[in-house]
Write a protein that binds this ligand. Structure first.
Ligand code: PLP
Length: 356
């Protein structure tokens, strides 16, 4: 058995099996994991042991998941945008293809909490073939986002079957894999896997780190392997209350990612997912957080802070406002709060005689 599968096998999936140093009210939590599954693999468990609440909150069930009255079951309206089950076609030129319901760690704030890790999220060869057929028949789709669950939970051979089928479709230019595994189970990034992935370029991977304590020797090595195979790496974090919503933590996370060759891509405002409301910050807080970053750290480290609108509206960027006044001259405020003017017109030139 490959090493990584052993880590999955030894995962904790029942709160009563949590070690006592994680001291939580297991009896209360017992109700939670029956509704929203739990999985903490031994790699992440060890990280949790050696760090503060920020990693624990991401992985250990919380009774507030069952007390949430604000959240929505399917906040992004994905089921309504699925022409075939587990394929979401929201934007004209790209599609989201869910290829497994499994993850190496079940994030408590998961946006697909309604189905990830549950039997209801039925994925098998038949649903995958139907997805591929849809992609073949809709040649305006240039990019496929392979996600789930976590696609790297599939065996190399199974994942390769899917990538090979996608690459046979002429209209698909780019394959993008969304996976949290470089962060949550980095030993999954084997040389065998990477050798397989690099046959399917242009292939991008967006991973998902939320806290600097997740940047370890192991996760750095995993990202290095992927980057050395020519796979551009992006990161999608979720802004999480009490976890990464301070300028200091976010700065350390973003700069740390650049050091392991991962380019911060999105910082998401938390979705309105039922069972996750205790993680949500206000949008104001996110915008001032962005303000504390822009100009102060490398532009390379700055993600787009984005809100994925409810009911399938799509993503919109949320940006601090640097424009102070509009007119013949525009006035801007820079990252330090100083004001600057810039003319708002196109130059006109006298008509000159053409060369004689
Ligand atoms: C987020 C998302 C995408 C990709 O959006 P980008 O802005 O290109 O990263 C595509 N399809 C769906 C359904 C999505 O939710």
């Amino acid at each position: 058995m490959a090493g990584w599968k052993n880590y999955i096998k030894k995962s904790i999936s029942d709160p009563k099996d949590l070690p006592s140093y994680l001291s939580c009210d297991n009896e209360q939590l017992d109700k939670v994991h029956r509704v929203y599954p739990m999985r903490i693999n031994s790699y992440y468990l060890n990280l949790m042991k050696n760090s503060g609440q920020e990693l624990r909150k991401q992985a250990i069930p919380d009774i507030r998941e069952l007390q949430d009255r604000e959240g929505m079951i399917d906040p992004l309206g994905e089921e309504n945008l699925s022409p075939v089950p587990n394929l979401v076609h929201k934007y004209p030129d790209r599609a989201l293809f869910l290829v497994t319901n499994q993850c190496a760690l079940y994030c408590r704030f998961c946006t697909r909490k309604r189905k990830v890790g549950k039997a209801e999220m039925l994925i098998n060869d038949d649903t995958i073939s139907k997805g591929i057929r849809y992609l073949r028949q809709n040649n305006q789709i240039r990019e496929v986002l392979v996600s789930g669950g976590d696609p790297l939970m599939l065996e190399d051979s199974k994942l390769e079957q899917i990538l090979r089928a996608l690459r046979k479709i002429k209209s698909i230019e780019v394959i993008r894999i969304g996976t949290r595994i470089p962060c949550t189970l980095p030993m999954r990034i084997t040389t065998h896997l990477v050798k397989m992935l690099k046959k399917y370029h242009p292939l991008y991977i967006n991973t998902h780190f939320n806290h600097p304590a997740e940047i370890t020797e192991e996760s750095s090595r995993a990202c290095k392997r992927l980057a050395d195979a020519g796979i551009p790496l992006g990161n999608q974090s979720v802004l999480l209350r009490g976890i990464n919503d301070s300028p200091e933590v976010m700065r350390e996370l973003l700069c740390g990612l650049l050091q392991i060759r991962v380019k911060p891509y999105y910082l998401f405002q938390a979705d309105l997912t039922a069972g996750t409301s205790h993680f949500r910050t206000s949008i104001d807080k996110g915008i001032s957080l962005m303000q504390s970053l822009i100009g102060h750290v490398s532009g390379m480290a700055i993600p787009t802070y984005a809100l994925d609108l409810p009911d399938g509206g799509g993503k919109v960027p949320l940006t601090p406002d640097y424009l102070c006044s509009v007119g013949a001259k525009m006035h801007f405020q820079n990252y330090c709060g100083h004001q600057y003017a810039y003319p708002n017109h196109e130059c006109s030139f006298e008509q000159t005689n053409p060369a004689k």
